[in-house]
Design a protein around this ligand. Structure first.
Ligand SMILES: Nc1nc2c(ncn2[C@@H]2O[C@H](COP(=O)(O)OP(=O)(O)OP(=O)(O)O)[C@@H](O)[C@H]2O)c(=O)[nH]1
Length: 708
């Protein structure tokens, strides 16, 4: 029987590191009956962290999609008469900045988000980054304030921070009962009743009790606030609210709140302690109640590659099949998996899809749904659902899979270029091929990880988003592919850019007895127009001064030239070339002559076009005790840092700055020394900027040094 899409929830769990995503996910799997034994993450038995080193490091690295079912509503653990089974697909998103791209791609395919905060630490740097990303993708969310059992937990303070620091309309829909170690339940402000969880049975059952006497005033105040917020969103309710506030029913509040959440006008805030088994079921109920189903999403827009016209796909099984592959992973049991979200139609196991990037048909032999540590094979999968395909040859992250008769390309995902690289070589010569294979597999899984051979030194350079990112890649090579490697020191991935327009004429001529070579081109080389990347090539040749068949070769020559910039061999990201004039020789001119003329011409024109070295600039945020602030700011200044903001956070000081990546190697150690281990920092890529001349001279000299 077809599944009711209204009862599906595709959700993610986002947070700063250590807020408790893994613990919360495990509790969800426990309550939904998938996982009967609770694994404590840091003892290494965690179900979501199936990759060994994730458990070892205690952080979640990859986003695995996990499926489970939740019966709702229930009363004291028992389904009510009108209860229905909700189908959840949960994507576990990583908290570390080096993996922001993972968060990005999950957000793209999700419908709603549970946003976790630590009740003690509140809004942390990575919560801000992830919150902003969720804003960009317009993902409705519920706030879950976890760790209410810990000393210093403060639910209302976190609410305030969400309002003030994240600029969102956080509205508590519960109030905690009992402080810290005594935290035992919540007052449900919509239903105006108190729920206290039993300690035994992992909190699976609870009692409904009268609202504690000493909370009555506070409950009245916050319930009034909630009703007011909901009423101000819904006009009909507003009228009722003005006339007789008490006549507003529970169902009306739920319905209006649901609409406000989907419109991102309200962020309902709940609280609990995943570790102490409290509040998680309430959270699951809130997901069913307020977060959108795939049906609530607008239809997706794509382009038909045959007609170049825009087309839409509604979340309907009767529409042609369209899906987006959002993650490629290697599973120890079933092999390579492509996780995909189905936007429309249906896919049967064993049938064919069209991959619009390659233009090839692919047979999807099996479809799985992942239950964190085991896989369920499905006969088919329908619109709105998330699954994993097996048996494909060439599917990459961001590819659209569609019905072959109704091709469509959904908007692909943009990924930032890697900013840091290291040279790697296998410890034993025999492992050369094995290393190559391992690296190409890993690069296939991760669009922010690239592998290249340095032309000058012949070394294999792997590049990624940060030191931790590359550490993990090297670790995975060792564990999953059994390749031991030696690695060099981390190096910055510079870029080169053209900053000024220059005209140039290049005549390429060779006379060697018989047939020679001849190409003559005149062109303007200049910076690309705002927002354009790659080569913007315009041919303004008139009267056949250069025959048409040579023009593509000239374009190709410029494109190739961009791979190795003129100053130090770093890539040029964007430039514009206008071919203005030229000439040819009847006998000696051929395609290769023109291609070479472009490559050489680019190098010769680069000086006049003022080529510069560009370096990655990082955004850093440091949280520090006040007494170390002066030292930390002084140190950042010495690293060419530019302070952008200083403020307070939960009794500590924060420093935000932008600083070149090249100055930041080993920063964590320095920070530890400066603050006796009390300050913490997070860093992420911000943008590329021109290097000061002394630095670019060093970079150029270093590149030349390798060549000579
Ligand atoms: N006291 C208390 N500790 C908790 C709670 N939830 C999680 N923790 C602890 O906080 C630590 C981090 O929890 P995780 O679940 O690994 O956090 P995470 O957000 O998945 O972390 P990353 O994967 O590193 O991003 C662990 O030691 C947990 O036991 C809670 O409700 N109360």
């Amino acid at each position: 029987m077809a599944r009711d899409l209204l009862l599906t929830r595709n959700i993610g769990i986002a947070a700063h590191i250590d807020a408790g995503k893994t613990t919360t996910t495990e509790r969800i799997l426990f309550y939904t009956g998938v996982n009967h034994k609770l694994g404590e993450t840091h003892e290494g038995s965690s179900t979501m962290d199936w990759m060994e080193q994730e458990a070892e490091r205690g952080i979640t690295i990859t986003s695995a999609a996990t499926t489970c079912d939740w019966i709702f509503p229930k009363e004291n653990g028992e389904p009510t008469e009108d209860a229905q089974s909700y189908h959840f697909n949960i994507i576990d998103t990583p908290g570390h900045v080096d993996f922001t791209v993972e968060v990005n791609r999950s957000l793209r395919v999700l419908d709603g988000l549970v946003f976790l905060f630590s009740a003690v630490d509140g809004v942390e740097p990575q919560s801000e980054t992830n919150w902003r990303l969720a804003d960009n993708y317009k993902v409705p969310r519920i706030g879950f304030v976890n760790k209410m059992d810990r000393q210093g937990a403060n639910f209302l303070e976190v609410n305030k921070q969400v309002k003030e620091m994240l600029g969102s309309n956080a509205v508590p829909i519960v109030l905690p009962i009992g402080d810290e170690g005594d935290f035992r339940g919540v007052v449900d402000l919509v239903r105006n009743r108190a729920v206290v969880w039993h300690d035994e049975n992992f909190g699976a059952t609870y009692d409904v009790v009268p609202i504690p006497e000493d909370m009555k005033e506070e409950v009245r105040e916050y319930r009034a606030l909630l009703i007011e917020e909901v009423a101000s969103y819904d006009e009909n309710l507003l009228e009722k609210f003005m006339e007789d506030e008490d006549s507003i029913t529970e169902q009306e509040v739920h319905a209006a709140l649901r609409a406000a959440v989907m419109d991102m006008a309200i962020i309902p805030m709940v609280c609990g302690s995943s570790f102490k088994n409290k509040g998680v079921q309430f959270l699951l109920d809130a997901v069913c109640r307020y977060l959108p189903s795939p049906m609530d999403r607008e239809s997706v827009i794509g382009v038909n590659p045959d007609t170049d016209k825009e087309e839409r796909r509604r979340p309907d099984v009767k529409e042609p099949f369209a899906a987006l592959a959002f993650k490629i992973a290697t599973d120890p049991f079933v092999g390579r998996l492509a996780f995909f979200r189905v936007y429309s139609g249906r896919l049967d196991a064993g049938s064919y899809i069209l991959n619009n990037r390659s233009g090839k048909k692919e047979r999807i032999s099996r479809i799985y749904q992942m239950h964190s540590n085991k896989q369920n094979a499905l006969d088919y999968i329908e619109a709105g659902d998330i699954g994993a395909a097996v048996g494909f040859k060439d599917i990459k992250t961001g590819d659209t899979m569609s019905d072959e008769k109704h091709p469509i390309v959904l908007e692909s995902m943009d990924f930032p270029d890697p900013v840091i690289g290291i040279a790697v070589e296998p410890k034993t010569k025999a492992d050369v091929d094995k290393m190559g294979m391992a690296l190409s597999k890993l690069a296939e899984e991760d669009p922010t990880f690239t592998v290249r051979t340095d032309e000058a030194s012949g070394q294999t350079i792997i590049s990624g988003m940060g030191e931790l990112h590359l550490d993990i890649i090297v670790d995975r090579m060792r564990r999953e592919f059994k390749v031991e490697v030696n690695q060099g020191a981390p190096q910055v991935e510079y870029k080169e850019a053209i900053t000024r327009a220059a005209q140039h004429r290049e005549v390429y001529k060779k006379q060697s007895g018989g047939r020679g070579k001849f190409a003559d081109i005149q062109f303007t080389l200049e910076p690309a127009d705002e927002g354009k990347t790659g080569l913007d090539f315009i041919s303004a040749i008139k009267g056949g001064n250069i025959p048409k068949e040579f023009i593509p070769s000239i374009e190709k020559g410029f494109k190739q030239a961009m791979v190795n910039g003129p100053l130090a061999g770093y890539e040029v990201d964007a430039m514009k070339v206008t071919l203005t004039d030229g000439s040819y020789h009847d006998v000696d001119s051929d395609q290769l002559s023109f291609e070479l003329a472009a490559r050489i011409g680019f190098r010769n024109a680069a000086k006049a076009a003022k080529a510069v070295i560009m370096e990655p600039i990082m955004k850093i945020e440091v949280i520090t005790p006040e007494e170390n602030m002066g030292d930390i700011v002084g140190d950042l200044n010495r690293r060419r840092g530019q302070m952008s903001d200083m403020g307070d956070r939960a009794g500590a000081k924060t420093v935000k700055a932008t600083v070149p990546l090249s100055e930041m190697f080993g920063y964590v150690t320095t920070l530890r020394t400066l603050s006796s281990g009390r300050a913490t920092s997070t860093m992420e890529f911000s943008h590329y900027a021109e290097t000061p001349s002394n630095i670019s001279e060093e970079v150029i000299a270093a590149a030349k040094g390798v060549e000579s």
